[in-house]
Design a protein around this ligand. Structure first.
Ligand code: BGC
Length: 911
C-alpha cells in the first residue's frame, strides 16, 4: 500500500513518517487507483465471537489521485475463505450499491447463527466508474447467541484454604483443570470463556491468547462478558487438557473506595466452553462442570489494588497438560446460575503494549534498591532473580520519591501495591504477576539476594489496546512533553474503563473526568469500541433517571452536574468523531430519562447548588448552581442535536425549546446586564461561551472578562477539571488564540508547563501536586497520573495542528483544516487516522514565509484555511493555489485564504 504523500517522502515530518509506517501503509508499490483496506466490523479488526446480529462494516480508502471519490461499493460475505476467494459467496452479496458510504454499512445477508464465521471483502468504484480489485479478506465470527447455547456451568473452588502460615490477608488463586479425549482429527476449535473474577485459560501447557484481566469489568449483576478464541492450533486428536487460573479482579477483590466482594461473590468463578468441530463435521463440547478439579497453586494472593504474592516452590508442574496429575485436587462447586446475562465482549481487551528498561538503580537505604523507569506508567514489573529457595523478594511501587530517595507511597492510600516473589531456588528465575496492576515510575526491591543488576526489573506496560490514531509534534519541547504526558495518561488510565487514576485505592470510571477527556481520547486513539463498551456500563449504572458519578457504579453519588452528563456528552462525541448513530439510538431512552431527571430536580429550571463544581480549580469557586444549570442547558442542547441526527424532529424541537427556556432562566438568575456572571470565575465565562448560554451581545463582554481575569492572574488559568477542557478551544473560537498559546506556554503555577518543569511524565491530578516550596500536596488525594487536565490536547490537535471534523458532517466526511500558528512555534505536525482514513496537517514558518502540507483521504473533502495576510501570495506545489487541481478557491477573510479541497495531498506555500 502507498501513502498519499508518495513522492514527497523526504519532506514528510518524522511524526507523520512514524505514524504512517506504524500503520503499515508504506513500503510497497504505489496505488494510483482507489483501493479499499483496513476492514473493520463493529469498529474492530477481525473480531471473534460478537453478538451483534446486524454488525456494521467499515473500510478505509487509499488513492494517489486528487479529488478521488467512491461512487459505489460491493460487499461480499461467505462462510469460508475458500468460498469467498472463489466467488461462491453464500452469506451476502450486496451487489453494486451506488454510494459513497465507507463506514457503518449494516450487514444485510443471511441471518447468522451461533458460532458462524463470516469472511468478507469489499470492492469500490472510483469517480470515473472504474472498479477496484477486492480488498484483502477479513473475518468476523458470531458468539453464543442464545443462553441455551451454553452447556457449561459456573464453577469455583469454594473451600480454598484460609490465609496460610505467612499471614496472607487474601485467599490464594485457584487453578482448575480438566483432561479429555478428542477421538478424531480437529478441523476447528473455539473457546468461549468468562469469569466472575479474572481468568487465564490454558490448553495443553500453553496460555490462550494475549489478553489480560479478562473478561473485564461490568456491573456483573446485570451482565458479564465472555471472550472468544480460536484455539484450533492448541488441540489435536487424542488426550488434551484445559486449564484455568482465576484471580479476584473487580468481581471479588478490592474495588476502589469500598472493600472486597462488591458483587456478593466470595470466590472467583469460571465459565468456559470449548467447541470442537472434527474434520468429518461432527462436534464435541467440553464445558466447565462438576467433573473439573481444582487446587491452590503458587499465587498466594492476587488483587488489583493490593498486589500479588507468588511462591514459586508451590508451582504445579504440568498442571495444564494432558499428562499432568490432579491427584489430591478437590472437586469444584457448581453454581446453578448467575443473575447477570452472559454476553460477548464488545470492547478492547487489556494487553501488554511495551516494556521499559530502568534508567538507574539506587540504594537510598541499605537493602532497598530503587529502580527508576524514567516514565510514570501502568502495569507491573517483571523480576529477574537468582537466590536460595524461599528467598522472599518484595516489590513496592511509587510515582515519586521522597527527598531522601526512598519511594513516596503515602498517596496510594489504602492500596497496598506490593508484590512478593518467593524463589524456588537454583537457576535464574523470571516472574511477573497477572492479577494486579500498579501505577508507578519507581520500583523498590527489598530482600533481594545480593545486589540487583539493572536488568533485575523490567516495566511491563498495560493498556486497553485501542489502536493509536493520532500523533503530534512541534518545535516546542515543552508542548511536546505536554503531548507526551497526555498520551501516557490515557495509556495508563484507559484500562478496561476510563479510570481517574491508576495507583491509589480508587481507579474508578469517574464520569466527569471521562466526559471532559473523551474528545482528546479520540484524537490519540481509536476509542470507538472502548467507549461503546463503557457506555453500556454507564447505562447499567443509571438510577431513577440519573446517571451516576462513577460507572460501573461502585462509589460516588448520582445526577452530579458535569459528571452524570457524561451519559450524553460521550455518545454525542462518538457520533461527532466516528459518525456512529447506533450508539445514540441504543442509549437514547436513557439520555431522555436523564434530561427528565434534571427537569424534575430543578426549580424554575435552575439546578440546585450541589456537586463537585469545577473540581480542583485554583482559588476560583465557580458556584455549583451556575455550573449545574449550565450543564443542564448543555446536555439539553446536545439532546436536541442527537434527536435531529436520529430524525426525531418532534423531540428535537421539544429539547431545543427546553434549552431556550433554561438559557433564559440562566441569564435571569446569574447574568447581570453588563455580562458579569455570578461567581465571576474563568470557568463561568468559559462555560457560558462554550455552551452558547449568553445573548449574542454579551458574548464579547464575557470574553473580555475571561481574558482580563487570565491577565490579572499573570496569564494564568484558574480552572479546574470542568473549565480546563473548554478553556483554550473557547479562547480560539472567540478569536483569542494568542491567549490560549500564552496559557499553553506558561511554566509557572498553575499551568501544564509547571508540572513539566517539575519533571512530570504524565498529567497530574492537581496543578500543585508537588511544588518546590511546599513539597507534596495532601496525600489524601494526590495522583500524578490523572488525565483530566490533559483535555487541552483536543485544542492541540484541533487548533495548533488544525485538524477537526465539520460538526455539520460528523465522522470526518467533511474535514476542517485550520491551523492557527502562534505562541512562538515554528512548526507543528499532526497525523490523525480518522474513521475515513489518514488526515495530516503540518506547518512550518520558514525564512521565506509559511508552508502548510495537508492530506485528506479519498472520498472526503476539506475546507482548508491557510494563514495568509491579505497581500500574501498562496502557492500550491509551486503554482498559484487558485489553479491547483483538486482545489477550489473560496476567498480570503480574517487572515486566512480559504480553499475547498478534494482528497489528496497539498503543499501550500505562503510568500
Ligand atoms: C477522583 C476524581 C473525581 C472526583 C470527583 C476524585 O476522588 O479522583 O477524578 O472526578 O473524585 O470529585
Amino acid at each position: 500500500m502507498t501513502i498519499v504523500h508518495h513522492g514527497n517522502r523526504g519532506w514528510l515530518p518524522a511524526v507523520l513518517l512514524a505514524a504512517v509506517a506504524a500503520w503499515g501503509l508504506m513500503g510497497s508499490a504505489a496505488w494510483a487507483a482507489l483501493a479499499p483496506g483496513y476492514l473493520r466490523c463493529e469498529f474492530r479488526q477481525n473480531p471473534l465471537g460478537i453478538d451483534v446480529t446486524q454488525p456494521r462494516l467499515s473500510w478505509e480508502l487509499q488513492s494517489a489521485q486528487r479529488a478521488e471519490k467512491q461512487t459505489a461499493y460491493q460487499i461480499r460475505v461467505a462462510s469460508s475463505l475458500e468460498r469467498l476467494l472463489s466467488g461462491r459467496v453464500d452469506l451476502w452479496d450486496s451487489g453494486r450499491v451506488a454510494s459513497s458510504g465507507t463506514a457503518h454499512l449494516v450487514y444485510a445477508g443471511r441471518p447468522l447463527a451461533s458460532g458462524d464465521r463470516a469472511w468478507w471483502q469489499v470492492r469500490v468504484w472510483d469517480r470515473g466508474g472504474r472498479a477496484s480489485t477486492y480488498s484483502p479478506p477479513a473475518l468476523w465470527s458470531m458468539g453464543l447467541l442464545k443462553p441455551s447455547d451454553w452447556k457449561a456451568s459456573w464453577i469455583s473452588l469454594e473451600n480454598s484454604a484460609e490465609p496460610d502460615a505467612q499471614k496472607h490477608v487474601l485467599p490464594p488463586s485457584p487453578f482448575l483443570r480438566k483432561a479429555f479425549t478428542l477421538p478424531k482429527p480437529v478441523r476447528r476449535a473455539v473457546l468461549y470463556a468468562s469469569a466472575l473474577g479474572l481468568y487465564e485459560m490454558h490448553i495443553n501447557g500453553l496460555r490462550v491468547g494475549g489478553d489480560q484481566f479478562t473478561p473485564g469489568w461490568t456491573d456483573y449483576r446485570k451482565r458479564v462478558y465472555y471472550n472468544t478464541y480460536d484455539v484450533t492450533r492448541y488441540l489435536s486428536q487424542g488426550r488434551n487438557a484445559l486449564g484455568a487460573v482465576l484471580g479476584d479482579g473487580w468481581a471479588v477483590g478490592y474495588v476502589g473506595l469500598g472493600g472486597r466482594e462488591r458483587y456478593g461473590v466470595g470466590r472467583p468463578r469460571l465459565l468456559a466452553q470449548l467447541q470442537v468441530i472434527f474434520t468429518d463435521g461432527t462436534t464435541q463440547t467440553v464445558g466447565t462442570d462438576r467433573t473439573w478439579r481444582a487446587t491452590e497453586g503458587p499465587i498466594r494472593e492476587g488483587d488489583l489494588l493490593m498486589g500479588e504474592v507468588y511462591d514459586a516452590a508451590r508451582e504445579l508442574r504440568g498442571w495444564d497438560t494432558p499428562g499432568g496429575s490432579d491427584a489430591g485436587w478437590q472437586p469444584v462447586t457448581v453454581h446453578a446460575s448467575w443473575s447477570g446475562a452472559v454476553e460477548a465482549y464488545p470492547g478492547v481487551t487489556v494487553r501488554k503494549e511495551m516494556e521499559l528498561a530502568p534508567k538507574s538503580v539506587k540504594e537510598p537505604k541499605p537493602g532497598a534498591f530503587v529502580f527508576d523507569l524514567g516514565q510514570n506508567m501502568v502495569g507491573w514489573a517483571r523480576l529477574k532473580v537468582k537466590g536460595p529457595a524461599g528467598t522472599r523478594v518484595q516489590l513496592r511501587f511509587a510515582e515519586m520519591l521522597n527527598p531522601d530517595g526512598t519511594i513516596y507511597t503515602t498517596n496510594l492510600r489504602g492500596a497496598r501495591c506490593t508484590d512478593a516473589y518467593l524463589c524456588k531456588g537454583g537457576a535464574v528465575e523470571t516472574w511477573e504477576p497477572r492479577f494486579t496492576f500498579h501505577g508507578f515510575r519507581y520500583v523498590e526491591l527489598t530482600g533481594y539476594p545480593g545486589r540487583p543488576g539493572r536488568d533485575a526489573v523490567t516495566g511491563v506496560v498495560l493498556t486497553s489496546a485501542a489502536p493509536r490514531s493520532g500523533s503530534f509534534t512541534c518545535s516546542s519541547p515543552l508542548v511536546n512533553q505536554i503531548q507526551h504526558n497526555v498520551e501516557w495518561g490515557q495509556r495508563g488510565n484507559f484500562l478496561e474503563v476510563p479510570t481517574d487514576c491508576p495507583q491509589r485505592d480508587e481507579r474508578l470510571g469517574w464520569m466527569g473526568d471521562a466526559q471532559i477527556f473523551v474528545r482528546t481520547a479520540c484524537d490519540n486513539r481509536d476509542v470507538s469500541a472502548f467507549f461503546t463498551k463503557w457506555m453500556v456500563d454507564v447505562e447499567d449504572a443509571q438510577r431513577d433517571g440519573a446517571f451516576t458519578d462513577v460507572s460501573p457504579a461502585v462509589a460516588g453519588g448520582q445526577g452530579t452536574a458535569a459528571w452524570a452528563d457524561a451519559g450524553i456528552v460521550i455518545p454525542w462525541t462518538l457520533y461527532q468523531v466516528y459518525g456512529d448513530t447506533r450508539v445514540l439510538q441504543r442509549h437514547y431512552a436513557a439520555m431522555d430519562r436523564y434530561i427528565r431527571f434534571m427537569e424534575e430536580h430543578s426549580s424554575n429550571l435552575l439546578r440546585p447548588a450541589e456537586g463537585y463544581g469545577d473540581w480542583l480549580s485554583i482559588n476560583a469557586n465557580t458556584p455549583t448552581d451556575v455550573l449545574a444549570t449550565a450543564y443542564f442547558a448543555y446536555s439539553t442542547d446536545l439532546m436536541s442535536r442527537i434527536a435531529t441526527a436520529l430524525g426525531k424532529s418532534d423531540d428535537a424541537s421539544r429539547y431545543s425549546d427546553l434549552f431556550d427556556r433554561i438559557k433564559e432562566a440562566f441569564n435571569r438568575a446569574y447574568v447581570s446586564p453588563d455580562g458579569r456572571i455570578k461567581g465571576d470565575t474563568q470557568t463561568c465565562y468559559v462555560l457560558a461561551l462554550h455552551m452558547g448560554l449568553l445573548p449574542k451581545e454579551l458574548e464579547s463582554k464575557a470574553l473580555d472578562y475571561l481574558v482580563a481575569d487570565i491577565e490579572a492572574k499573570g496569564w494564568h488559568l484558574s480552572t479546574g477539571f470542568v473549565g480546563t477542557g473548554y478553556l483554550n478551544p473557547t479562547l480560539s473560537r472567540f478569536g483569542r488564540t494568542d491567549v490560549a498559546y500564552r496559557l499553553l506556554n506558561q511554566t509557572t503555577f498553575p499551568s501544564w508547563g509547571f508540572s513539566v518543569n517539575q519533571g512530570a511524565t504524565t498529567i497530574w491530578e492537581r496543578w500543585d501536586g508537588w511544588t518546590p516550596e511546599r513539597g507534596f500536596q495532601d496525600p489524601g488525594m494526590n495522583s500524578f497520573n490523572h488525565y483530566s487536565f490533559g483535555a487541552v490536547d483536543q485544542w492541540i490537535y484541533g487548533t495548533v495542528a488544525g485538524i477537526d471534523t465539520d460538526p455539520q458532517t460528523p465522522g470526518f466526511r467533511h474535514i476542517l483544516i485550520r491551523p492557527q500558528p502562534g505562541g512562538g512555534l515554528t512548526h507543528a505536525s499532526a497525523a490523525y487516522r480518522s474513521i475515513r482514513g489518514l488526515i495530516s496537517s503540518s506547518w512550518r514558518v520558514t525564512g521565506k514565509g509559511f508552508d502548510l502540507a495537508v492530506s485528506i483521504p479519498p472520498n472526503t473533502t476539506a475546507t482548508v484555511s491557510v494563514p495568509a495576510s491579505p497581500t500574501a501570495k498562496v502557492l500550491e506545489g509551486g503554482k498559484p493555489a487558485e489553479r491547483a487541481p483538486g482545489l477550489r478557491y473560496l476567498g480570503r477573510k480574517e487572515g486566512v485564504a480559504l480553499y475547498e479541497a478534494g482528497s489528496g495531498s497539498y503543499r501550500f506555500q505562503v510568500r
